[in-house]
Each structure stands twice: as C-alpha cells, then as structure tokens.
Write a protein that binds this ligand. Structure first.
Ligand SMILES: [Zn+2]
Length: 448
C-alpha cells in the first residue's frame, strides 16, 4: 500500500458505516432513501444518503441491504422484574417461592428479551415483593449492564413510594406480613422514602396516585393526598430525579399536573376537562394498552389472577381504548409504554404500536412515540431517540418498512441489527450472526 492509500485508510479507522434502503430518523420528517449512518465510538457523526455522504476508506461497513434503519426503540413503562411464574404457574405463589437473588437473574433475562427485539432503552417502573422494594436488585442489573459484565439494554429504574393500602402496597396479598417501614405515609414519610430510594441509586421515583388492578383494591380510589404527592415530587426534584405517577382517574391527572409530575402512567378513566389540563401542561402520558388486551387478560387468567382482577380488566378495556383516542385527538403528548410484565409476553413490546395504529395514530406517530417522544418524556433526548449527529448510535435495522406495516416490528426474524452506543449486540447480517439470546418472544412459556 502506498502512502496515499495508507493515509486514506487511516481516515476511516474507527469509523463504522451502516447502510440501509431507507431511514426513519425519529424526527417525523421524510424517509431518507439509500441511507448511510456514520458513527465513531459511541456516537453518530453523519446521516445522509449514499449520494451525499462519502464513505471513508478503511471504515467498517455494515450493509443492511433492504432494511429500514431507525432509532433503537424505547419502552417507557415495563416491569422486567416480573415474578418468575414458570415454575409455580401463579404469581402470588411465585412471589414467595422465588428469592430476590434468583429474581434478579430473571430481571436481566427479561430485559435481554426486549433488547433482542430492538428495544435499546427500557424504563422500568419497579417491583415490590414480600421482602421489600426491589429497587436494589434493579439497580444492580442496570449497573451490571452498564459495566459491560452482561449484555442488555439501557435501563432506567424506579424506586416505588408505597403509601399504606396503595396500589403498590396491594401488589402483595392483603394478609401478607409487612415488616415495619414497608409503607410510608404523610409528607415527611414519602420524602424519606424518596430519599432512601435515591440513596439506593434509582433513576426515577414512582408514585401511585390511584388504585389499580391488584386483587384487593379498587382502581378509581385515591391513594395519596395532594400534600403527599406535592412532597414526593418536590423531594425527587430536589435531587434532580423525575417522578412517574400511576394514575387511573381524571382526578389523579389534575393532581399530577398541580404537583408537576414528569410523566403520567396509564390511560384508564379520563374526561375532556382533565385531558385538556394534561395537554396544556405538556405532561407526557404513557398509554400501556398492551396490558389491557384480550391476550393479556387470558395470560393473567392462566397465571392465577383472582376472578375480581379479571373482571376489572375486562371492564376497563374499552375505557382505556376510549381514553387513548380522546387523549390522542386532543393532542396530549403520548410516549410508548406497555406495562409488560407476566403478560402478554416479554419481548412483545412492539405490539403496543399496532394498537396505537388501530386506534387512530399514523405509523410514523406510533414510531415516534417509541423513539423521540419516549426519549423526551424520559429526559434522555440529548443522547438517544433520534438518528442525528451527536446522538448515541442506538440503531436498529428492520427487514421491511414499518411505516407500511407496523406489525413487522413484532417479528424477531426481521430485527436484523440491534446496536447500542455504537456496538452491535444483535447482527443477523453478518456471516457469523450475533445474538444476545436465542429464544423467540413467547417461546419461553410462563405456562405449559
Ligand atoms: Zn406498570
């Protein structure tokens, strides 16, 4: 090699180029044809078409052929620490049979199932079990991934403030023993709980403003006072942590806007007035509709959900779909969240987007809800959510065009490349394919 050729080759050293038939950048504009993404280290340096971007000599080229390149997907509301019900077929038994230590490994496994489906970021909404809050374990899984010890998505994890008798508290059976300090009440009680979680290392504080779908509670009840909610938000914000609020009612939406929570979780009972208030406040809302489907209810039935829970789930399903339409039509900021846990299946996150499209969103809006809008809602849009110079190279290649058929995102075989911070973790384009895990979503059944 002569000196000029050597010089040219060294220009491309350390640069990776990903090519694809089309590119959705997450900004909502036109699709780019014959696209090229250049990256150096963890970040994107250039995005353009083959005709306008010169590929440096010596760069590593990943040719995704007919695939669509798009930002790594983001699920803004998951529960990767869902109980292992494989062995016990009943989550209320599993929570006593499975140790928190074993459950930590399941937590990682669940995160990896989502990662292989193109979800490079997950925001976990927490778990509490018979021992305590599961925040320590969730932080450990996150930190193990960040340290490079194990492969997995970027995880943002929550610490749950559990007021007495609230939805979080009632995740445990009514008669289960709760050690002293398991719940916290009153403004100073919730402030202390927030501080303890922040000391543990959580990224988010989660509160329950209303009841939910646990066995011994009603979903339309108020779980805490405005004073307690204000205190939780004030305390979290003092430590620069956002607050995610579980809400089922119009009243709770008004309380959240008053308190200044960062995200509202779920769409169940709404009215036009509360929807207007939420839209005007700009607070993003996560629909979590996948958790409301017939399929989810069927799975819940098989994993031992009590009859009153199943009845409640059937009753609220049409209300949830109605609330989604109302909020979408009103222009509320919507970011994708599934509430995936035991149901329907870990890794089936993208089925949420099919529901959004069925209920009136365009495919582009649905994709944006799981990319830029989710990153904005989570406060990480400076780093991820779009394919632009300066952002992390969180990038996936999908065989086909998801704007034409959003369902292809649910097909594991079509997710050809999953790259996080410039590193490929799944690469089915390569001569020697790379995988994180091998099972199909749903292949590892919760039940036999
Ligand atoms: Zn949830």
């Amino acid at each position: 090699m002569d000196a000029a050729a050597q010089e040219a080759t060294s220009q491309g050293a350390g640069i990776t180029v990903v090519k694809g038939a089309r590119l959705i950048d997450g900004l909502g504009g036109n699709v780019l044809r014959d696209a090229v993404v250049l990256l150096s280290g963890k970040r994107i340096t250039r995005v353009g078409s083959v005709s306008e971007v010169a590929i440096p000599a010596g760069a590593k080229v990943i040719d995704a052929g007919q695939c669509t390149l798009m930002p790594g997907l983001i699920d803004g509301h998951v529960h990767v620490a869902a109980y292992n019900v494989v062995s016990f077929n009943n989550y209320r038994i599993a929570m006593y049979e499975v140790s928190p230590q074993l459950q930590s490994f399941y937590t990682l496994f669940h995160a990896q199932l989502c990662f292989e489906m193109g979800f490079t970021t997950l925001r976990d909404m927490g778990r509490n079990n018979a021992w305590a809050n599961f925040a320590t374990e969730l932080c450990a899984v996150r930190d193990a991934i960040n340290s490079g010890i194990v492969p997995g998505p970027r995880l943002l994890v929550s610490g749950r403030i559990m007021t007495t008798g609230s939805h979080h508290d009632m995740n445990l059976p009514r008669a289960a023993y709760r050690h002293p300090g398991y719940t916290a009440d009153g403004p100073w009680g919730v402030r202390t709980a927030a501080r303890e979680h922040i000391r543990t290392g959580v990224d988010i504080i989660k509160v329950c403003v209303t009841g939910g779908a646990s066995a011994d509670e009603e979903g339309d009840t108020r779980n805490l006072t405005q004073e307690e909610l204000d205190a939780a938000v004030d305390e979290a914000h003092g430590f620069h942590k956002p607050v995610a609020a579980h809400c089922w009612t119009a009243l709770s939406h008004r309380m959240c806007v008053q308190a200044g929570v960062d995200t509202i979780e779920h769409m169940v009972f709404t009215d036009d007035e509360s929807t207007r208030i939420v839209r005007e406040s700009g607070t993003p809302v996560s629909p979590t509709l996948l958790h409301r489907t017939d399929r989810a209810i069927e799975v819940r039935q098989r994993m031992g959900s009590p009859l009153n829970v199943l009845k409640k789930m059937r009753e609220i399903q049409p209300r949830c779909y109605e609330s989604f339409k109302r909020m979408h039509q009103a222009g509320v900021k919507i970011f994708m969240g599934t509430d995936i846990q035991y149901d329907p299946e870990m890794g089936s996150n993208s089925a949420e987007l099919e529901l959004y499209v069925a209920l009136g969103m365009s495919s582009m809006e649905a994709i944006m809800s799981a990319t830029r809008s989710a990153a904005q809602a989570m406060g990480i849009d400076a780093d991820t959510g779009t394919l632009e110079p300066g952002k992390f190279a969180d990038l996936i290649a999908v065989d086909g065009d998801p704007l034409h058929d959003i369902k292809i995102l649910q097909d594991r075989d079509r997710i050809r490349l999953v790259m996080k911070e410039g590193k490929p973790y799944v690469d089915k384009l390569a001569a020697a394919p790379l995988y994180v895990l091998h099972p199909q979503p749903g292949e590892r059944k919760m039940f036999e």
